[in-house]
Design a protein around this ligand. Structure first.
Ligand code: SAH
Length: 221
């Protein structure tokens, strides 16, 4: 069990340190107060290895093992903000659970979160962590994100935290009318953070940023 003291943190992991991170995100242009509050309230130090806890509230990506990373808080905030721009989506699908941090942020902002991870160790660890921290509106499973989660779709929001070379048709097809998909797309040469909206059965696409995510890979590991 994660007790209250560990959750609140001490020293480098304290609420004061989190508030500093939120101020930095505000300076960088994040405006959605609900998103900023979710970041302030989330104990990121419990989503990384204890050896990295002192850097958990720096605005940087950090390794989480198996060659993967927990995303930079600014990028988490930017993607989440883009997802919420037209209002609060009822159901959100995340591809790439990783540490579970992005799912925890979403859990505080939308009613239902579904998240898929292809690496068994990370999927299990994140499931346990999210349960222990009390994020009970997240359903996490081991699987290949390229298949999506049709039985719970369509989703008003879809967020990819690993980069496919091109937008997967399968995921687009699980996006509800009026829904928004936020995803890094591209190869080693560079990725663009895309916002895709399904409007009147067509797709509208906008580039938000240049980003660098781990690749989205097929199959399980
Ligand atoms: N959202 C995560 C970031 C994790 S990094 C967090 O907040 O910590 C991206 C993750 O996507 C990695 O864990 C990687 O294993 C996973 N991934 C890559 N391809 C995938 C796929 N096809 N299906 C599901 N997960 C995938």
């Amino acid at each position: 069990m994660i007790d209250e003291l560990k959750r609140r943190g001490i020293g480098m992991t304290s609420e004061r340190t989190r508030t500093r991170l939120v101020e930095r995100l505000r300076e960088r242009g994040i405006r959605n107060e609900a998103v900023l509050e979710a970041i302030r309230a989330t104990p990121r130090h419990l989503f990384v290895d204890e050896a990295l806890a002192s850097r958990a509230y720096d605005d940087t990506a950090l390794p989480i093992g198996h060659g993967q990373t927990i995303s930079q808080p600014y990028v988490v905030a930017r993607m989440t903000e883009a997802l919420l721009l037209d209002g609060v989506p009822e159901r959100v699908l995340e591809i790439g659970t990783g540490s579970g941090y992005q799912a925890a942020i979403l859990a505080q902002l939308v009613p239902e979160v579904y998240t898929i991870e292809r690496i068994a160790f990370l999927a299990r660890q994140a499931q346990r962590r999210l349960r222990e921290l009390g994020y009970h509106n997240v359903r996490a499973r081991l699987g290949d994100g390229y298949e999506g989660w049709a039985s719970h779709g369509p989703f008003q929001g879809i967020l990819l935290t690993a980069a496919p070379k091109t937008l997967p048709e399968s995921l687009i097809s699980q996006l509800a009318e009026g829904g928004r998909l936020v995803a890094p797309v591209g190869g080693r040469a560079g990725q663009e953070l895309l916002l895709v909206r399904r409007i009147n059965d067509g797709l509208q696409q906008q580039v938000l940023d240049q980003v660098s995510f781990v690749p989205m890979l097929g199959g399980l590991s």
